[in-house]
Structures are given as structure tokens and as C-alpha cells.
Write a protein that binds this ligand. Sequence first.
Ligand code: GLY
Length: 373
Amino acid sequence: MTAAPPLPHRRIAVALDRDPYEVVIGDGCLQETGKALLQAGVREGRQILVVSNPDVAELYGATCLESLKHHGFKTELLLIEAGEQHKTPATVAQIHDAAFQHRLERSSLMLALGGGVVGDMTGFAAATWLRGIGVIQVPTTLLAMVDASIGGKTGVNHPGGKNLIGAFHQPQLVLIDPATLASLPIREFRAGMAEVIKYGVLGDPNLFELLEACPEPNHPAGLGSELLETLLERSCAEKARVVAADEREGGLRAILNYGHTFGHVVETLCGYGTWLHGEAVAIGMVAVGELAVQRGSWSRELADRQRQLIERIGLPSRWPSLNDQAVLTTLQGDKKVRDGKLRFVMPRGVGKVEIRDDISREEILRCLEALKS
Ligand code: GLY
């Protein structure tokens, strides 16, 4: 088969020194999955194990598989349970079993069709099968589109903590079809928007202003398909920029944790499942914004703009009623603690953040007091 002409979609380069790849965004591009793989350099005839969950597969599995077959790929489909509670080595073993059963070779690939849990586990299974085979990420949730699918973090949970078992394994292609967001529950869509706001604050003021200017940013139809694609493109570009600069999180990549330190506290102390991850991040961004205002490194005006945007999207902004000592203890247990020092990603403007490890317990307690009022 001759090389297919380029797809008329938005494309973002993840410019890694070794094995760079593209994020392709386009309404309806799921129907062109096979063509997109050829464009990404995957050879016709390769065997592809598509991993999905029953709900996503029912909606989008046939479209994806038909396109792959149409372009000459051999396909197998594996359905796994995809809630956070299933993000375990046992589920990855199911993917390995399917790889064995279907005799996947070094030249075969896995394709993750679904949200972040499917993507993380499929990525990890691909990283470990035959010491590493290719993986394609086709995210169908907003959170997975703008965060989990890009950057190569793969893994599963251990009873001792989330994502403690994993590997860096970059995909060969990330294919994003915004049309799949139509079936996403609105609460999950809004939770994903927290990460979009995050990218605005940490690196892209224009993205932040685009959201502020939108009269109805709290649902996909209110944004409209053009703006939604632009938000996806700019968020993915921001993620790609950071990952390309620091693939293994030696330094800069930690800025992607903006809002996540306090967010992690909210998730842990309110009980996993009370708040979605993105909702906890939204609360966390408001909290760290207050911390920055109190230190004099961020203006009240910018903190208010951030909070108003979070609220207009329909995300929670209020700090929950939590015991301060428990908050401090949980912060100390955060993965991002280094040499006993708490590390916070602090806003410096809109489009600029800095990592600080000189925040005292007293400052945190003062901030928590202010958040209660
Ligand atoms: N989700 C944060 C990262 O990819 O580094």
C-alpha cells in the first residue's frame, strides 16, 4: 500500500531526542485510526492488540477495529475492567495473557482505547511484554487526552499507594477524537477541565484567557467544537513541551503537579471516590493560589481570576473541613517530599510557575486558616 496522504488534523510534536512522536487531534479521527498508524510509521500487516473496557468498546470499538482492519492491520480485542480499583498487576497479567494467547511479537503493538486507567495499564503491559513493544494511545476521556496519554508514564497501583509500580514507555502515537467526549459524563468532563486550567496557569496565558472569555465553559456544547479542539491542542502542546524538556521528571516535569500537592491531600483525607481527581486538583489549585498570595508571590486579583474560572466550569473550589494536623501529616507523606522538605508548585503569574521547597508549617497553617473563611 502506498503512503497515505497526511490527515487534515491538528498535530503536536512530542519532540523527544529518542523516538519522538505526534499527538493528532481531529473530530472523527477515530474512523481513521488505521491511516493514522500508517502515517506514524507503523507498518501495514502488524498485529495490534486493542485493549479497552466494555463501555468504551461498545461505543467506539467497532469504529477503531474496522479502520485498523481496513488499512491492513491484524487486530485482536481485549476487554478489561477499568475502574481505579482494577488498576492492578492482576489486570496487567490479563493483558499479558492475551498477548501470549495471540502470540504478539516484538513487531506487534498494543492500542489503548479508553481513559487513563486503560491507557496506563496497556502502556505498562506494552512496556513489559517481550521487554517492550510499541503502544498507541487513543484516549476517550478529557483527563486522558490532555494528561495521561502523553508523556509515557505507565503503571499500576500497589496496595501501598497509587502508581507505585510502573515504567516510562512513550507511545508511538496519541490519537485524540474530541467527538468521543460527547459520551463522557459531564462531571468527568469538568474534572478534566481542571487540568486544562492547570496548563493555562503553568505555561499558557492565552489558553487561560480563551477559557475566561467563553460564556459557557462548563460543557462541551458551550465551548463549541472549534474552541474545544483549540483547548485540547494548547493543553497537549504544553504537556508535550514539558515532557520533551524533562522526559524522566528530573526537574521541570514536576511543574505538571501544579494543584496536585493539596489535591492529593483532599483525595486522601476525604476518601478516594469522594472527589474525582480533577475536582481535587481544582481545590488544590485554589489552595496553592492562596498560599502564593500570602507569600506575596501572586496577586489577589490573579487568585480570584483562577477561582472564578474554576467555579464557572462547575468545579469545586472550597477547601473541605479537614483536621489541620492530618493535612500536615498527609503533605509530609506526599511522593514529592524530598529530603523531608515539602515541595509546592507555586503560581508566579498566569503562564508561569516555580517549584518551592521553603514553605514552613506555619505558612501552611496560616493558608488553611484563610481557606476556612
Ligand atoms: N501527570 C503528570 C506527568 O505526566 O508528569
